[in-house]
Design a protein around this ligand. Structure first.
Ligand SMILES: Cc1cc2nc3c(=O)[nH]c(=O)nc-3n(C[C@H](O)[C@H](O)[C@H](O)COP(=O)(O)OP(=O)(O)OC[C@H]3O[C@@H](n4cnc5c(N)ncnc54)[C@H](O)[C@@H]3O)c2cc1C
Length: 457
């Protein structure tokens, strides 16, 4: 038994550390196309103090640490690219406080999306959080560490914009609090202290988020959805603009996919709404049908899909994992999500269609509106067969081309894998890159945090 293993076992207990190949195997890959990389140890701490001890040890011994929540980013971001410690944070799963009146929750980093949703439904039915479409075991902390977006993106923006405070363990082991929680017992705001935007979007390369406070929002009694369909993709940005002008939608998602073939080439715009009464819902629905989108119906450019109650229930339930994942059989899929101007939807669709066709993958594209048409997360999804290396190679190539396309069209890549990170760093303004390097060297002098990712040279 090596000395590092012994030290880790002293910190977390024998049951929560492993160097056994069958357990390390699980931590060596994710669901996407990233090549597997085996860690040397898998460690599952329970407390902030244990995280501190692990990072102090890793920093002293210069052992890489790859933090892991649900491991569902798909882009290899929690795969231990340089081996070392796979730091599984799922045991840190306490919901510490819900402030009903100030609408926020304080929780530990291992709390999952599904856990928070069911907790709120049971104990605080008037409150909800912005839930991503990811499988429910994805963690809140993992999601904000990559600037995720959920089903309240339309009115409120990125999930990482909803953070009220953080507790972070620095790579050198110190604990640091950010936001009102650094000066008061209350975790109600991130502002107005000087901005220390050092941890959101850094994919665990600057420290471990151990606790966080997240904004909650009113949970209305009724959920509903309308679906508008057009043939001409050029109309989508203007339709989205008109819908966002009403400020009546919670989530707006425009999508198009090759399967089923009868709807291939059509653009569906899902408009998700919530209401506290049938009257409120009727008002919102009528606004879209009779007013905002009526001209497109009159001109023969589009129309609403008649959705049954069962179809609406399916479209408003969470999460909805796309069947696109099995289009190549073998259950593999990965997407490039890019943060794009909404007006690029038509070009994103056309060019994505071409990339899919070239790589013989049925096309799947989707644009989720963030804010009142302020941006759009546009995803190009590529299915592959896990059992077929050629199919994986094709998907990887398509993903790389989509990374390049996102930047070419004036967007940025969301949660890029290593290939996309390099493209971004090649293009980023030199002084910004220098600043990133300074931040990284200051916080993580020995380069132990999730190395291989965001390596600024
Ligand atoms: C079918 C499907 C649908 C999806 N839909 C959405 C969607 O609608 N919106 C969306 O935003 N995402 C979506 N995703 C992407 C992803 O699953 C989510 O963003 C998810 O919330 C990530 O959380 P995780 O716990 O799996 O993070 P992980 O993959 O475990 O981690 C993500 C990154 O954060 C780091 N990290 C994890 N925990 C910490 C921590 N405590 N401190 C510091 N760094 C940490 C990791 O090292 C890694 O770099 C989807 C994924 C799938 C498979």
């Amino acid at each position: 038994m090596d000395s590092i293993y012994k030290s880790l076992a002293e910190i977390v207990g024998d049951d929560h550390v492993s160097n056994q190949p069958e357990e390390l195997y699980i931590y060596s890959y994710d669901l996407g196309t990233t090549e597997p990389h085996r860690p040397d140890y898998a460690v599952a701490p329970r407390t902030t103090e244990e995280v501190q001890e692990i990072l102090k040890l890793a920093n002293k011994e210069k052992i890489p640490v790859a933090p892991l929540g649900g491991g569902l980013s798909l882009a290899g971001l929690a795969v231990p690219l340089r081996g070392g410690i796979a730091l599984d944070l799922k045991r840190m799963d306490s919901i510490i406080e819900v402030n009903e009146r100030a609408r926020y929750v304080v929780l530990e980093c291992g709390v999952s999306q599904g856990q928070l949703s069911s907790y709120l439904e049971k104990h605080h039915p008037n409150l909800r959080h912005s839930e991503p479409g990811a499988p429910p075991q994805a963690t809140i902390a993992g999601n904000i560490a990559i600037h995720g977006q959920g089903d309240l993106a339309q009115p409120y923006g990125f999930n990482s914009d909803m953070v009220n405070g953080l507790e972070v363990v620095l790579p050198t082991g110190e604990v640091c609090r950010i936001g009102s929680c650094s000066v008061s017992p209350s975790w109600f705001t991130l502002h107005p202290l000087p901005d220390l935007g050092l941890f959101l979007g850094w994919c665990g390369t600057t420290g471990i988020i151990t606790k966080l406070s997240l904004k909650l929002y009113p949970s209305k009694k009724i959920k509903s959805v309308e679906q508008f369909v057009v043939e001409n993709e050029d109309l989508v940005p203007e339709i989205v603009y008109k819908i966002t002008h009403t400020e009546m939608a919670d989530d707006i998602v425009a999508w198009s996919q090759a399967i089923p073939t009868f709807s291939s080439g059509l653009h569906h715009i899902n408009i998700l709404m919530t209401a506290d009464s049938e009257k409120e819902l009727e008002f919102k629905t009528e606004l879209f049908w009779d007013d905002v989108l009526a001209e497109y119906i009159r001109n023969g450019d589009g129309g609403f899909v008649a959705l049954s109650a069962a179809m609406k229930a399916g479209l408003t339930s969470r999460p909805q994992v796309s069947k696109a994942s099995d289009w190549k059989k073998g259950g593999g899929f990965e997407y490039v999500g890019a943060i794009m101007p909404v007006e690029t939807y038509p070009e994103c669709y056309r060019r994505g269609f071409d990339i899919s066709a070239r790589h013989d993958i049925p096309y799947t594209v989707l644009g989720r509106i963030i804010g009142r048409s302020h941006a759009m997360m546009f995803s190009w999804t590529y299915a592959f067969n896990r059992a077929d290396p050629e199919s994986i190679r094709q998907a990887r190539e398509a993903l790389h081309e989509s990374d390049e396309l996102a930047l070419e069209l004036g967007g940025t890549i969301w949660k890029p894998g290593v290939y996309g990170q390099k493209l971004v760093m090649e293009r980023i303004e030199p002084n910004t890159l220098k600043l990133m390097k300074k931040v990284k060297e200051l916080l993580d002098p020995n380069g132990i945090m999730n190395p291989g990712n965001w390596e600024v040279s």
